[in-house]
Design a protein around this ligand. Sequence first.
Ligand code: SIN
Length: 514
Amino acid sequence: MSIKTEYTDFLVIGGGVAGLRAAVELAKSGKVLVITKARETSTEYAQGGVAVALSDEDEVGIHYEDTIRAGDGLCNERAVKILVEEGPERILELISWGAEFDREGTKLAFTQEAAHTRRRILHAHGDATGREIEGVLLNKVRSISNISKYEFAFTIDLLINDGFCRGALLLKESNKEIVAIISKAVVLATGGAGQLYVRTTNPPVTTGDGMAIAYRAGAILEDMEFVQFHPTTLYAPRAPQFLLSEAMRGEGGILRNINGEKFMSNYHPSVELAPRDIVSRSIISEMVKTKARHVYLDLTHLSSQFIKKRFPRIYSTCLLYDIDITEDLIPVCPSAHYIMGGVKTDTDGRTNIKGLFAAGEVACTEVHGANRLASNSLLEGLVYGPRAGKAASEYGGRTRKSKISPPSYKIYKVRREIEIDKIRTSLRRLMWDRAGIIRCSKSLREAKVKVSKWETLLNHNFATRRELEIKNMVTVAGLITEAAVLREGSIGAHYRSDFPERGKNWKRHIRFNK
Ligand code: SIN
């Protein structure tokens, strides 16, 4: 099949906070093309907020310590230092670009979330922080003539030539055209992989594409066993798996089992604000004990006026499903939320492949260690997006425009019907049941066997987004299960019922390279 070739200086894959912020930086040095496979991103779903040491009672040193503690011994200290030290400047810059965070009087208003020892979470329009940040960044990007955007363009693979990343091969969904984009450098900012699990807070776009294409291209992937499960998503018939922000517990929300009993004090002294992995496992334990599919989040003791003002989006969404959160107990259950692992980078977003950079959830700087501190991910995008952009633009400055011959892509002709949607459903159930909140050798090995079969079945050059996505999901599922098998110990978000202690050699990072 003949492939059209287009040229740009820099290619950014992904349009969430990390990608947009990288694009702003790159535009100082040349033409930037941002490609996204859809219009929706994970950023816009972020409710709770963005953690930053800007309040009078806070210090970057305390934010640093809280992040390190949450990471359970596996954070890269330098990466955390950069995050907390550069965070305040990036937030003030965003405010100067028009971001409107909620205020009390003239002062910024901060809320509390689990494992933070200070009220340090900024929020916007109550519970629509990600949407506000993304809106401001999109306006910024639109104001820069050097940046253009392709939407509904799916990245099939990265273009690697002589060991250097020279761009990417895209499927443009509008006309089913395959296009090679040749660039001096590529920044991957494709987000996470929550869709690998049947229960997830993430939007449908989070199919692990960036991790899978980077892995196929020869990048190192690290810490893939560390998947964070958010304790509270709405569990109601017909309702989407809607996130109920941790800030609701930060403002006094209480967890109760289906018999109406409070239970968190049986599990952790910080009760509702214990680390997320502990709250999630405690909920599962109560669900098992009471033979129920959910527990409840109770806000009914808080003033109804406060709830409506503080959580307007959550209030109105729950009402659509006949739950008035000011009066009713809210049925909740944990869901896959964030992956700490990803494409290994240094603190400037460089991967092991020259010309390939990564930032945000797709990347692993080790800033979150084995468990991410709540609301550190928007900050990660705001800090590490521009760092990756700067490093990529410096790299581009030393690189001449590539003259590579257009690649070929021989589309797989379906000889035998592959039941893509069936594999997708089975994979998501399998990951939830076998590689979810509580794992063990037996469950993980069962998952591995099935995933390997699907990997073989899907090892083809597909030409539709649906097929390419499921191929990527299977690749990432293989990496998660393999890493989870190899880590015979429990740490951070990775809990093995057959190895409940940390185990020997826990301080290592598990890495994969094709
Ligand atoms: C939440 O609002 O609970 C999500 C915040 C986060 O995961 O960082």
